[in-house]
Design a protein around this ligand. Structure first.
Ligand SMILES: Nc1nc2c(ncn2[C@@H]2O[C@H](COP(=O)(O)OP(=O)(O)OP(=O)(O)O)[C@@H](O)[C@H]2O)c(=O)[nH]1
Ligand SMILES: [Mg+2]
Length: 175
């Protein structure tokens, strides 16, 4: 990945394991005809690696990054969150994942810099629409700070839905 310059804005895709973060990142990479490159955030564990995508869009250069949500990466989220100019909180809409979603909703917002542009992304809408999975309870975000964040619904069978929240973040942060 290109060295991060002063004008590069970082957009972090953050959320529970298997929520769909990499699916969003890959969709963005494909739409810009680029290949995600190695991303190694400085973190407590020092072992964390994932992929990032660096693109010029909406009048600026953006680095979209994520790491695997697995438990051994937990100490990486604070490092990434505090460096975020923008953040997509990627939550899995499947009912069975509700508790993991809650954990991230509880933990992440308080780590963010005040000026960080933020949104929620509810993934896997196709599974709900096709009746294959039940959705998380309607009030899952009630009473949390995330309740007021702009919210997007995605489904991997519709690439336009995957790109929308990332474009929104870039637009808000662009020149
Ligand atoms: N049906 C369906 N499957 C999805 C969707 N988004 C992601 N998946 C699948 O969910 C699994 C996990 O997706 P990833 O994008 O790898 O999730 P992740 O958040 O990057 O996972 P970690 O890096 O392990 O934390 C994969 O099998 C994806 O194909 C979606 O909208 N619908
Ligand atoms: Mg991933």
């Amino acid at each position: 990945m290109a060295v991060r310059g002063v004008s590069t804005r970082r957009i972090v895709l953050c959320g529970p394991p298997l929520a769909g973060k990499t699916t969003l990142l890959n969709s963005l990479a494909a739409s810009h005809d680029v290949t995600p490159t190695l991303f190694e955030p400085q973190s407590g564990s020092g072992e964390v690696r994932d992929r990032g995508v660096s693109v010029i869009t909406h009048g600026g250069r953006f680095e979209f990054v994520t790491v695997c949500g697995a438990v051994w990466n937990e100490d990486t989220w604070p490092v990434l969150a505090t460096s975020a100019n923008g953040l997509a909180l990627v939550l899995d809409r499947q009912e069975a994942r509700a508790q993991l979603d809650r954990d991230f909703v509880e933990r992440i917002p308080r780590l963010l810099p005040e000026q960080c542009v933020r949104c929620v992304v509810w993934t896997k809408g196709d599974l709900i629409a096709r009746g294959l999975e039940k959705a998380v309870p309607d009030g899952l975000l009630s009473g949390t700070s995330v309740e007021t964040w702009p919210s997007f619904a995605t489904r991997s069978d519709r690439p336009d839905t995957l790109l929308k929240p990332l474009a929104w973040l870039a637009e808000r942060l662009g020149a």
